[in-house]
Design a binder for this molecule. Sequence first.
Ligand code: ATP
Length: 235
Amino acid sequence: SGEPAAVEARDLSRRYGAVWALRECSFALPANRVVALVGANGAGKSTLLSIIAGTLAATSGTVLVHGRPMVRGGSVDGGSRVAILAQDKPLYRDFTVSDMLRFGRSTNRVWDQRRALSWLDRFAVPLDRRCGKLSGGQRAQVALAVALGSRPAVLLLDEPLANLDPLARVEVTGELLAEVADDDMTVVLSTHIVAELSGVGDHLLLLDAGRPVLTGDVEELLDSHVRLTGPRADQ
Ligand code: ATP
């Protein structure tokens, strides 16, 4: 189709001293999907997400977000709304959950209070509780709610599920799939837990030692006998 990809990488490389964290990555991620970015520790997932977000410069290569070049610090023309939730993003411990929403409203150009509130409501996070008194899983939900409230076109989540129990993981990925179905948003979610894939569902980008080795629809990949989650019942 003529629609630009939500995220396109062209020959993207990133070097840290002698270590190549990404090597000539080229791929296109479709819009309005939940994309699972999968790879072992050190595969380059965090590096890739930071470059897409514009918080880290590439050594060479280009990232396009909905067709617009992303450079360090944000897109060239400021038009692509990309939000990143970094690993273990700290919340202000003395802020209540409501305070965090106020903070989100005051620091984002676009703010959707209803969307943020409904996310917290779905996971029964108490609004009057101080963030320092929340569980790790609840803190992850608050950070997600604030990110969703900023209405990004592309939401990058760096291992958001690490602190969640297995049931909550399935719930969160299910709710994210519902969000992208309802709204113009693409979610890229990094994980090294391949078992999460069956729940994440939509689209896959598999990184191995800084290279994309597999990309495509999870269903299609499963149908073409790529055994990511083990043999299927009908095989
Ligand atoms: P994890 O699953 O452990 O979070 P990852 O897939 O996110 O790993 P990255 O954190 O992107 O991988 O790291 C990719 C490679 O780059 C690794 O070899 C790592 O050691 C290296 N690296 C990452 N950040 C730096 C840095 N600031 N300085 C030097 N090397 C780095």
